[in-house]
Design a protein around this ligand. Structure first.
Ligand SMILES: [Zn+2]
Length: 317
């Protein structure tokens, strides 16, 4: 481990000096470019940070691409209290490109948040820089729903089950693979129409308020549900609210969740490929009718599946 003191060195390399905002370099991308200036220690200067998509809104999943002019042994960042883990892509001579899939929680307030990037050089020197990342306001809907009373005012026995479910989910979400298990674009899990419902503020029977943290597909009963990307099945069981539920870990804190299935065809611990059948859609758990609820989660932040399907990840490692 490099000395923590390296972070606070007064002679910290000026690898990030002269940050320029080079807007419109590529459609839909924000590129923050710097002149590749090597420093005396031979540390890797940061060439650019590209954020996709632009603008970010509360609920956006996003891809960060960081180009370094030299080699690094590790790259990570912190943003709004969450750690972003990068993985290395192609090495082009001395230059290196690192990627991270991350997200803005649906409940994040619009504003400017510092992205604190930390690179560890091959020699173990830690380099630091901070850039502001803007979050604009998304415009989501509101809705009033009716469900069976026990889903709003659960009895004592049901409350016990809900608490047990919560413990299972907490354990499930606590671990994620260190390396990305996804590959290429995320695909829709069913061939069915989706409702524009992510981020909707909802009341149930006029009482309970919550934010809809996923996308609902109007899938007829028995529609095959497929993995949106490759990964590992970390949960496959029946829960009170979610019904028959599958959670796939795609690595580095990124997960997708499939709810209300009539049948589950995978087991916890199994690896799955993109498009592999996880089960059949249904109406189990807290539902107002037949549908597939699909959610995408990054380190506890829920992000808009529509944004995830729109991210162009093919061709990246
Ligand atoms: Zn839903």
């Amino acid at each position: 481990m490099p000395a923590a003191g390296a972070l606070a060195r007064p002679d910290a390399p000026l690898w990030l000096a002269g940050l320029l905002l080079a807007a419109g370099l590529e459609a839909g991308l924000a590129c923050i470019a710097v002149a590749p200036k090597a420093n005396a220690q031979g540390n890797p200067p940061l060439v650019s940070i590209v954020v996709m998509p632009v603008p970010l809104v509360n609920g956006s999943p996003f891809l960060l691409t960081v180009k370094l002019a030299g080699k690094a042994s590790a790259l990570k960042a912190t943003w709004i209290g969450r750690q972003i883990l990068f993985f290395p892509g192609k090495s082009d001579g001395a230059a290196e490109t690192w990627y991270a899939l991350a997200g803005v929680d649906v409940e994040t307030a619009p504003g400017s948040y510092p992205l604190d990037i930390e690179a560890t050089t091959a020699a173990g020197v830690i380099l630091h820089t901070t850039r502001p990342l803007q979050v604009a306001a998304a415009h989501y809907h509101t809705a009033a729903l009716k469900v069976a009373e026990n889903f709003v005012a659960p009895d004592a026995l049901t409350q016990k089950q809900i608490a047990e479910d919560q413990a299972v989910k907490d354990r499930t979400f606590a671990h994620s693979a260190n390396q990305p298990e996804w590959s290429g674009d995320f695909a829709k899990p069913v061939q069915a129409q989706a409702t524009d419902s992510f981020g909707t503020r909802r009341t149930f029977n006029g009482k309970l308020a919550s934010i809809h943290r996923g996308m609902d597909f109007r899938a007829p009963s028995g529609t095959p549900v497929a993995a949106a990307n490759s990964g590992s099945v970390i949960l496959a069981r029946k829960l009170f609210y979610e019904g028959n539920c599958v959670v796939i870990d795609h690595g580095q804190g990124f997960m997708t969740i499939y709810m209300h299935l009539s049948r589950v065809d995978v087991t916890e611990g199994a690896g799955v490929g993109k498009g592999q059948r996880l089960g059949l859609s249904g109406a189990t758990g807290r539902v107002t009718g037949l549908h597939l609820h699909f959610a995408a989660r990054w380190q506890g932040a829920y992000v808009d599946p529509a944004g995830l399907f729109a991210l162009r990840l093919t061709g990246r490692p």
